[in-house]
Design a binder for this molecule. Structure first.
Ligand code: GLU
Length: 476
C-alpha cells in the first residue's frame, strides 16, 4: 500500500507537471489554466437488480478542452474515486498531446466490482450510466469519446455505442461516440492489442539508441533481456507476449493480485494466462517458483520492469528496493511522485506512462477516424497496391527469363511483397510511426537541454508546450 505520507494520485500528477512547467516560460496564468481540471460530473443512479434498487456512483471528468472531442477511458473498479478520475483525465490531456492525437483529456469511472455482477446485469448498469452521460453530452462523437480502461472492454463499449445510437437515431456519426468497440460494431483491428503493442514499440524505440540504453546501464537490443511484468491484464499480457515472441525478451516474472510466478528460464505468457483463466489464480502454475507476496517480485533482479496494473504500486515504501535499471510505465501512474524522485536519484531510467501506454488512445484515434469516414482502412487501396507489386514481380521474372539469368524470387519475398496492406498492417504501422515520433520529441529534449534530466520531464515539456500553443492560437 502507498504510505500515508504520499500525495494523492491527482497531486502526484500535478507535482510532475510542476517539475516540467518550472522549466518553461508560459504566459501569465496559462500554467494554471492547463493544470486545473475543467470539470467533473458525478452521477448517482439506481438500477433495479436482484429484487432491489442498487445505487451506483460514477464520474466523468474533463481535464482540458483545448481540443475537442475530449478522450479517455471508463474504468470499472470498486476503488474508483474523484481524485483518481481527475488524475487520469489530466494524464489523458498530456498523453494525447505527446502522441499528437487531436483530443483534449477526459476520464470516467464507475465504483463497481464487475466480477460480482452477471453480464446481463452489467449491461443494465452500463446502459444506465451511459444514458446519464449521453444526455449531458459527456458521451458524444464531437465532444467526448470514451474508451475501455481497467474493468471494461469491447463488450461495454458496444453497449455504450448502442445506447448512444438509440438516443440519437439520426446521428450518422453515432459509432464515433466511443472507441474500443468490437469489430462488428464499428471497431478497428488491432485496438485490443494496441496498448501492449505500444509498450513494445516504445521499448524498441528506446533500444534503437545505444546511448539511451546506456543511461540505464544496458546494452544491445531486447533480445535476452529479463523482464518482470506486473499485471497480466490486457496491457501486460500483450506487452509480455509480443516482447517474448517477437523480440526475444525473457519474461522471468509475472505478478498478479494473488501472488507471482518466477522462472529464470522464462515463462510462457500464453500458458500462464490460460492457467489463470482455467483456475482463477496464478497460484499453482507448474514449472515456476511461486511467491505468495507477489509485490515483492517488483524488487527482484531483472533488466526491465513493466508495471501494467494500477497506479501507486511503486511508492515511498518500496522505491529504494527496486533493482530494475529500466522501468516502463505500462499502467497510468504506477510510480508515485516521491518514488520517481528516489528512482531517478539512484540512476534508474523510467519510460513514463504518458508515452509508454499511449498506444491505446493512438489506435482509438484511428478507430474514431474510421467511424467518421465510414470506411475500413485499406479498402480502396489494398488490391491496387497488390496489382502494382504484381506488375514489378512479373517484369523481374520476364527479364530473368528473356536474358536467361535464371533468377528466382524466394517464395517468402513474393508472398510478403505481393500482399497489400490491410487494416491491421496499417494500424500497426501508424502506431509504430506515432511511438517513434513521440520518442524522438522526448529524446531531443532529454539530450538537448541541460536542465532536462529524465524522460518524464521531457514528455511533460513537449506536451505542455503543445497544449499551450493550442490555447495561444485560440486567443485565450
Ligand atoms: N484507457 C486508455 C488510456 O488510459 C485508452 C483511452 C482511449 O483510448 O481513449 O489511455
Amino acid at each position: 500500500m502507498t504510505p500515508a505520507a504520499e500525495p494523492s494520485f491527482r497531486d502526484s500528477v500535478d507535482l510532475m507537471f510542476n517539475r516540467a512547467v518550472a522549466l518553461m516560460d508560459l504566459g501569465p496564468g496559462l500554467e494554471q489554466k492547463i493544470r486545473v481540471c475543467n470539470s467533473t460530473y458525478t452521477v448517482r443512479f439506481g438500477v433495479r437488480l436482484r429484487g432491489k434498487i442498487e445505487t451506483f456512483t460514477g464520474y466523468r471528468s474533463v481535464h482540458s478542452e483545448h481540443m475537442e472531442p475530449v478522450k479517455g477511458g471508463i474504468r470499472y473498479a470498486p476503488s474508483v474515486n474523484q481524485d483518481e478520475v481527475e488524475a487520469l483525465a489530466a494524464l489523458m490531456t498530456y498523453k494525447c498531446a505527446l502522441v499528437e492525437t487531436p483530443f483534449g483529456g477526459s476520464k470516467g469511472g464507475l465504483c463497481i466490482d464487475p466480477r460480482t455482477w452477471e453480464p446481463h446485469e452489467l449491461e443494465q448498469i452500463t446502459r444506465r450510466f451511459a444514458y446519464e452521460l449521453i444526455k449531458r453530452d459527456l458521451i458524444n462523437p464531437a465532444q467526448n469519446v470514451p474508451a475501455p480502461d481497467m474493468g471494461t472492454g469491447e463488450r461495454e463499449m458496444a453497449w455504450i455505442a448502442d445506447q448512444y445510437a438509440r438516443m440519437n437515431t439520426t446521428d450518422i456519426n453515432a459509432k464515433a461516440c466511443v472507441t474500443g468497440k468490437p469489430l462488428n460494431a464499428g471497431g478497428i483491428q488491432g485496438r485490443i492489442e494496441a496498448t501492449g503493442r505500444g509498450v513494445q514499440y516504445a521499448l524498441r524505440a528506446f533500444f534503437r539508441h545505444p546511448e539511451d540504453a546506456a543511461q540505464a546501464g544496458l546494452s544491445g537490443g531486447l533480445e535476452g533481456k529479463r523482464v518482470i511484468v506486473q499485471g497480466l491484464g490486457n496491457v501486460g499480457y500483450h506487452a509480455a507476449k509480443f516482447l517474448s515472441e517477437e523480440d526475444g525478451a525473457i519474461i522471468t516474472g509475472i505478478i498478479e493480485r494473488d501472488g507471482a510466478v518466477h522462472s529464470d528460464q522464462g515463462l510462457d505468457v500464453d500458458r500462464v494466462r490460460q492457467w489463470m483463466g482455467a483456475h482463477g489464480t496464478i497460484r499453482g502454475y507448474p514449472g515456476a517458483f511461486f511467491l505468495a507476496n507477489g509485490a515483492s517480485l517488483l524488487e527482484a533482479d531483472c533488466d526491465i520492469l513493466i508495471p501494467a496494473a494500477m497506479e501507486g504500486v511503486i511508492h515511498l515504501g518500496n522505491a529504494a528496493a527496486i533493482r530494475a535499471p529500466l522501468i516502463i510505465e505500462a499502467a497510468n501512474g504506477p510510480i508515485t511522485f516521491g518514488a520517481d524522485e528516489i528512482l531517478r536519484h539512484s540512476g534508474k531510467v523510467i519510460i513514463p506512462d504518458l508515452y509508454a501506454n499511449a498506444g491505446g488512445v493512438t489506435v482509438s484515434y484511428f478507430e474514431w477516424v474510421k467511424n467518421l469516414s465510414h470506411i475500413r482502412f485499406g479498402r480502396l487501396q489494398r488490391r491496387a497496391e497488390e496489382a502494382r507489386h504484381q506488375l514489378l514481380v512479373n517484369e523481374l521474372e520476364r527479364l530473368s527469363a528473356d536474358k536467361g539469368l535464371g533468377w528466382t524470387l524466394s517464395p517468402g519475398f513474393k508472398d510478403s511483397y505481393l500482399r497489400g496492406a490491410g487494416e491491421l498492417d496499417l494500424v500497426r504501422s501508424g502506431l509504430d510511426d506515432t511511438m517513434r515520433a513521440a520518442y524522438q520529441a522526448m529524446r531531443e529534449l532529454w539530450h538537448g537541454r541541460d536542465d532536462v534530466h529524465d524522460l518524464r520531464v521531457a514528455a511533460y515539456v513537449v506536451s505542455i508546450g503543445r497544449v499551450a500553443a493550442t490555447y495561444v492560437s485560440k486567443g485565450l
